[in-house]
Design a protein around this ligand. Structure first.
Ligand code: DAT
Length: 186
């Protein structure tokens, strides 16, 4: 049997998507259900100063990709991580066994981002990012298509179903390469 990324004892999962689609909410629950480690890249960047300063316009730190990748190399090699980030194109491809792109209907996402205090261009840029499926395209361009899965995240039931689906996939990992991504799309 040929195994994907055979050195890891547990899989690494990347959870990506537009801000507000539920990455942190779902990753937290998935970590509780599976004992995998949840790594929120935004929090890590703040805690460990893995940035090049504050961007007033974006109202966020300018993430330093090299520092983030150096910081994570050893834990990713170990396996068993759920990485939660709104971008996905700068991580080494070899790190991940599954890339989950969460998607939310734009009217629902709009309300979530308003509640989060987003306004003006920050609000419209993120809603447009979701409408045009920017993160799904980025994931497909950066990783093998058979490990990328898009999951709806509109309501609480979606979260429960996504956590259950991924927990099942994790408990059956590793699987042969030819049957890698058995997660059902809906
Ligand atoms: P992200 O980490 O993608 O930025 P989040 O997990 O912080 O998103 O969620 C943003 C808000 O939306 C938060 O108040 C929880 C809520 N939320 C996320 N996913 C949801 C879902 N599937 N159903 C209902 N509410 C959800």
């Amino acid at each position: 049997m040929v195994l994907e990324n055979g050195n890891r004892k547990k899989p690494n999962i990347l959870v990506t998507g537009t801000p507000g689609t539920g990455k942190t909410t779902m990753s937290t629950r998935l970590a509780e259900a599976t004992q995998l480690k949840h790594i929120n890249i935004g929090d890590l960047v703040r805690e460990k100063n893995l940035h090049d300063g504050w961007d007033d316009e974006l109202a966020s730190y300018v993430l330093n990709e090299d520092l983030v990748c150096d910081e994570l190399e050893d834990v990713m090699e170990e396996g068993g991580n759920i990485v939660d980030h709104h971008g996905c194109d700068f991580f080494p491809e070899r790190w991940f066994d599954c890339v989950v792109v969460l998607q939310t209907d734009n009217t629902i996402l709009y309300d979530r981002l308003i509640n989060r205090g987003y306004r003006d261009s920050k609000l419209s840029n993120n809603v447009e990012c979701e409408i045009f499926q920017v993160l799904l395209d980025e994931a497909k361009a950066s990783y093998a298509e058979n490990i990328v899965v898009a999951l709806k995240s509109n309501n609480i039931l979606d979260i429960k179903r996504n956590v259950a689906t991924l927990t099942d996939w994790i408990s059956n990992w590793p699987v042969p390469v030819y049957g890698m991504m058995k997660i059902e799309l809906y």
